[in-house]
Each structure stands twice: as C-alpha cells, then as structure tokens.
Design a binder for this molecule. Structure first.
Ligand code: GRG
Length: 295
C-alpha cells in the first residue's frame, strides 16, 4: 500500500472516532450542537488526532484511551478555527471549502460554538478516566491539553498575533507567535500520545521538541501556500495574510529562505525522531508529507 493510501485509510479511522464523540442534535439548545457539529464535520486533514494516535503507537500504546483525547484535540482545533474566522479576527467567509460557522449560524452562535467545542473537548478528554490506564497519566494528559491550548499555548500565541497585526515584527516575535499559535497544539498531540503510552520523561521532552519544529515548519508552509496556492485547493481564501496585514516568515525573509527553513526544520525533526525509544515510519513519512503539503 502506498503512503497516500495508508494515510487515507488511517484518516478514515480518525473520522470514525471523532464522529463517535459528537453530541446528538437534540434538546432546546439544539442550535449549539448543530453549529458545533457543522464546524467539525466541515472536514479538514485531521492531522492532529492522527499525529496523536501515531505517537501513541510509536511508544507501543494499544488501548482505546487515546480515542477521547483524539476527538478532544480536533474539537479544540476546530474551536480555534471557528473563532479565528469571526469578523473581529480574520473575518473569513470560507473554511475547509464551506461557509465559515459565523456565515452559516451568525456571529452569536459561532462565538458560542467555539466556546462550546472548547469546553466539550475537556468533557470528552475526561472520559479517558474510564479506561484501564493509569489515572495519573490521564490526569497529566488533560493538564497538557489545557496548558498547550491556553494562555501559555495557542491562545497566548493568538493574543500576540492579534495585538501585533499591522506592525512590523521582529524575528523573535514571529518565532514566539508560530511556536505558540500553531506549534503548541502539535506539541500537545505528541506529548499526550507519549504520556498515555507511559513513555519516559526524556522521550516526552524529545517529542515536545520534535513537535515544536514540525509546528513552525507547518506554519511557514501555511504562509507559503497562502501566496502560491488557490482558494479551490485550500478551501479558504488565499492572500489572506496580506489582506490582514500580517507579517509572515515569507514577508520577513523571502520565499527562498522560507522554503529552506521548512526543509531544514523537517530534517531536524526526522533526525530527532531517531533519538526516541520507539519508532514509527508512518509518522516520519507523515511529517515529510505535511511539511511539503499543497493544501
Ligand atoms: C477558542 C480555542 C479557542 C481559541 C481562540 C482564534 C484562536 C484563539 C487561535 C487561532 C489559532 C490558529 C487558527 C492557528 C493557525 C493554525 C493553523 C495553521 C491552522 C490550519 O490547520 P490545518 O491546515 O487545518 O490542519 P484543517 O482544516 O486541515 O484542519
């Protein structure tokens, strides 16, 4: 089976897991379930839960405790996209090839759907306590999930990004934004996969470092695609960084340097994978594929 076929197969498996945890659309507050489910079902590459599952497998994890965490991670990622698209942030009307949540349900419901998905993610991750896994590891995984999403992670990065929009950034500010806004959730994916598989502290530290590099490379590639791809291919508007007056790696260093940085970071990440106790060739191939992706 080719890597692409394997990727499609495993992504389908991830889709099934996510679907299992979506709330039923019933009750007086039905609209919030519909708006949340619309946002999650709009699609996407599902790479965060996939990376989490593959890291769990890398450390020989083979239970189902990873599943609620995979769903929780996709809910958090989706909640960030729902809020990111709001008129008060990027004001985007299309995402994942569909209308954004605020266009479909209004700004009020989209704000609530983002909030709802965030908290429902925590509720979902807590289901990890009902499996036969060390409650200490489950508790630690929830701590990682909250920390990497919150003020010391993604939300912290987005805060600086919003505050500095329209201003010329220093390389340090740009690195800070990329590490937190995009890198932190990828770090959480790998660290949670490793923690639930009972990996050593040293291995958890190494996967955090690998994910940080993959996250920065992923964001730089996102900047590149914003300039080189099409709306049809990406499922969202291109040239949005320019429209939103964002300093990006490309605007700071140029396209050639951006491509070189993606390649350098991905090589370093693959190198670091070989420092780990376990191995997972599919995960290595996935990093190479994602970093060089065209959507
Ligand atoms: C409510 C949790 C919450 C957060 C609010 C808006 C916000 C704070 C954070 C935004 C973070 C953000 C949008 C970062 C960009 C990361 C990025 C490159 C996203 C695109 O990820 P893909 O390509 O998207 O994996 P798909 O659609 O494939 O899932």
């Amino acid at each position: 089976m080719s890597f692409k076929e394997e990727l499609n197969l495993r992504t389908e498996g991830v889709e099934e897991i996510i679907e299992k945890y979506l709330p039923k659309e019933e009750g007086l507050q039905k609209t919030i379930f519909e708006a949340s489910n619309y946002s999650v079902r709009a699609g996407g590459k599902r790479l965060r839960p996939l990376i989490m599952q593959e890291t769990y497998r890398l450390f020989d994890g083979h239970g189902k405790v990873i599943e609620p965490f995979m769903a929780a991670m996709e809910f958090i990622h989706t909640s960030s996209l729902v809020h990111d698209d709001l008129p008060c942030m990027d004001n985007d009307e299309f995402r994942r090839g569909k209308h954004t949540t605020w266009v479909e349900y209004g700004v009020d419901m989209a704000t609530l759907a983002g909030d709802a998905l965030l908290m429902y993610a925590v509720e979902t991750a807590c289901k990890g306590f009902s499996y036969n896994t060390s409650p200490l590891n489950v508790g630690h995984a929830i701590e990682i999930l909250a920390q990497k999403t919150g003020i010391y992670g993604m939300i912290g990065g987005q805060t600086v990004d919003v505050e500095l929009t329209g201003k010329a950034l220093t390389p340090e500010q740009l690195k800070f934004i990329y590490e937190l806004k995009t890198g932190a959730l990828l770090e959480a994916c790998m660290m949670i996969g490793a923690t639930l598989a009972d990996a050593s502290r040293e291995d958890i530290r190494i996967v955090e470092q690998i994910a940080r590099k993959v996250g920065i490379a992923f964001q730089i590639q996102d900047d590149i695609l914003d300039l080189t791809s099409t709306t049809e291919e990406l499922g969202k508007p291109v040239l949005s960084d320019e429209k939103n007056e964002k300093t990006t790696f490309v605007s700071l260093y140029g396209m050639d340097e951006a491509k070189k940085a993606v390649e350098r970071l991905s090589k370093e990440a693959i190198h670091d994978m070989h420092l780990l106790t376990g191995e997972n060739k599919f995960l290595e191939d996935l990093f190479v594929y994602l970093i060089a992706r065209d959507k």
